[in-house]
Design a protein around this ligand. Structure first.
Ligand code: AMP
Length: 116
């Protein structure tokens, strides 16, 4: 479980547009947005992939979804809607091995399951 760029964001070693933070969870804008609103929700705890989740992580993952909902509301995209995505490993398109929930919105995402 080596450090990733997200640890550097958590530790303020590199800048990010932080949208939410508490003891367990952080949300910040994606640096390469795929939609008008695109942010990530991460646990501060280093969990590499969905495959590494344990039953005791269930409240943490639930909190990530609730933070996604809150920041989506704050961003004004809740009523129109948005998409939550978690990529896992190579076939899932995961590039950063620190669990993260993508939140995309601000335009229709009708093209199918992929953000496009
Ligand atoms: P994934 O492909 O699911 O692992 O997604 C990783 C995401 O992290 C991509 O959407 C990147 O644009 C995003 N990303 C990479 N570096 C940064 C950074 N320094 N700040 C914000 N987002 C980043």
């Amino acid at each position: 479980m080596s450090e990733t760029i997200f640890d550097k964001i958590i530790n303020r070693e590199i800048p990010a547009d932080i949208l939410y933070e508490d003891d367990e969870v952080m949300a910040f804008s994606d640096v390469n947005p795929q939609a008008p609103v695109h942010f990530l929700v991460i646990p501060k705890q280093r969990i590499p992939t969905v495959n590494d989740l344990q039953p005791e992580h269930a409240p943490l993952v639930g909190k990530m979804v609730l933070v996604a909902r809150q920041v989506a509301r704050d961003k004004g995209i809740a009523e129109d809607g948005y998409r939550l995505i978690m990529n896992c490993n190579r076939h899932g398109g995961q590039t950063i091995y620190h669990l993260h929930l993508h939140v995309l919105g601000g335009r229709p995402l009708h093209e199918g399951l992929l953000p496009g």
